[in-house]
Design a protein around this ligand. Structure first.
Ligand code: GTP
Length: 362
């Protein structure tokens, strides 16, 4: 089976971190999300992955030199300055995908531990044109919701229904199998939305099915979801991989420290701290519920809680970074600064004064 990975969106909800990397390269417990996706595809006997990107995303991905796990990787780029949405890139990749067999489509911002083979089996049995992996969630209002009949045919597909109005709690997991017939439904060279334009048409023609899955599923599209994804995976991996860290500092598990991390005395790391490669933590620092990207420096007596700190950022001494804050790559927070809650600092920005209310500083 071939897989098309949609990875050419703008990731506006993850700004400012998505200004300097595509969503699919955000680190999840110190590995780019796309690396996790490659691994999962290879485990499900997928032979070839086609990355539906834009030129910028393609450049970023190539720089990363990810392990391919035996997959053949190809790129299909949207035309310059014309993002094709979530369905347009499928049509664009028609030649690369071919017309021989059903193929898999994945949103590149989803962490999913699902059996792609099972979705394919359902798809074949039903002779469907599209089969969407469905996850059950508590609050479906932020997602595309499927209304099913008894045979799991999707009767209706409602994108982001108002709270309390969703007919079911089964949401589009951003993973689906489609047959080559899908190419007939998508107009060439135009931005087309799979969720808003194509799925409703398929449902109306009674050729769209759902496959309910129960595996681990997370969307990293917003900062809180990104942190939660790291948190859930940390819980799982810390037990599985029996990571142990020692030094003159306190570890409150679960935590993950990548290579070349240095932590000085009296610091407390965790719970739920992910420290990327080459991170340096000074003395008496406290870090919890946070993801620290590679090569960040954090000065003595600072505290970081519920925040994301971008690559190469520098945090001074006695700085406090509060919940929901995002510090962009290479930004500099001077000594004694307080960033209270939900403050976002753009890449490279220097901050020398307290910011006490939610805002983005560019
Ligand atoms: P937001 O701006 O935060 O909504 O993010 P997004 O538009 O990047 O993501 P969305 O969740 O809407 O898209 C789902 C997946 O489709 C993501 O993996 C995106 O990278 C991808 N995607 C979205 N728009 C495009 C596009 O125009 N072209 C391509 N090639 N991929 C896209």
């Amino acid at each position: 089976m071939k897989a098309l990975i949609l990875a050419g969106g703008f990731g506006t909800r993850l700004r400012p971190l998505s200004c300097t990397r595509p969503k699919t390269l955000f680190p999840i417990v110190n590995r780019p999300l796309l690396q996790w996706i490659y691994e999962r595809l290879a485990e499900n006997d997928v032979a070839e992955a086609i990355l539906a990107v834009n030129k910028q995303t393609e450049w970023f991905i190539k720089q990363k030199k990810l392990k391919k796990h035996g997959l053949k990787i190809r790129y299909s780029s949207d035309p310059l300055n014309t993002p094709l949405g979530t369905a347009g890139p499928i049509k664009r990749a028609e030649k690369l995908i071919g017309h021989d067999e059903p193929f898999l489509v994945l949103n590149g911002d989803i962490f999913a531990d699902l059996s792609y083979r099972e979705i394919l089996e359902t798809h074949r049995k039903r002779k469907a044109v599209g089969t969407i992996a469905l996850c059950e969630v508590e609050n479906p209002s932020r997602y595309g919701v499927a209304e099913l009949d008894r045979g799991n045919r999707i009767k209706r597909f409602i994108e982001k229904p108002d709270r309390g109005t969703a007919p079911t709690n089964f949401i589009n997991a951003g993973v689906y199998v489609v047959s080559p017939k899908i190419f007939d439904f998508i107009q060439k060279g135009k931005a087309v939305s799979m969720e808003r334009e194509i799925f409703p048409q398929l449902a109306q023609k009674r050729v769209l099915y759902g496959h309910v899955t129960h595996g681990l599923w997370m969307d990293i599209g917003k900062p809180d979801e990104y942190l939660k994804t790291n948190k859930i995976l940390l819980d799982q991996l810390f037990i599985e991989r029996k990571w142990q860290y020692s030094g003159d500092f306190t570890v409150r598990p679960p935590v993950a420290l990548d290579n070349h991390v240095t932590v000085e005395s009296r610091s407390v790391v965790g719970p739920y701290a992910v420290l990327g490669k080459g991170v340096h933590i000074g003395r008496g620092v406290q870090i919890r519920d946070s993801v620290i990207f590679p090569n960040v420096k954090i000065g003595d007596s600072s505290s970081i809680e519920g925040a994301i700190i971008g690559e190469g950022a520098s945090i001074g001494k006695t700085v406090k970074v509060g919940r929901g804050c995002i510090v962009g790559d290479r930004a500099k927070i001077r000594d004694d600064v307080l960033l209270s809650e939900e403050v976002a600092i753009c890449p490279g920005k220097e901050v020398s004064e307290n910011i006490l209310e939610p805002k983005m500083l560019c």
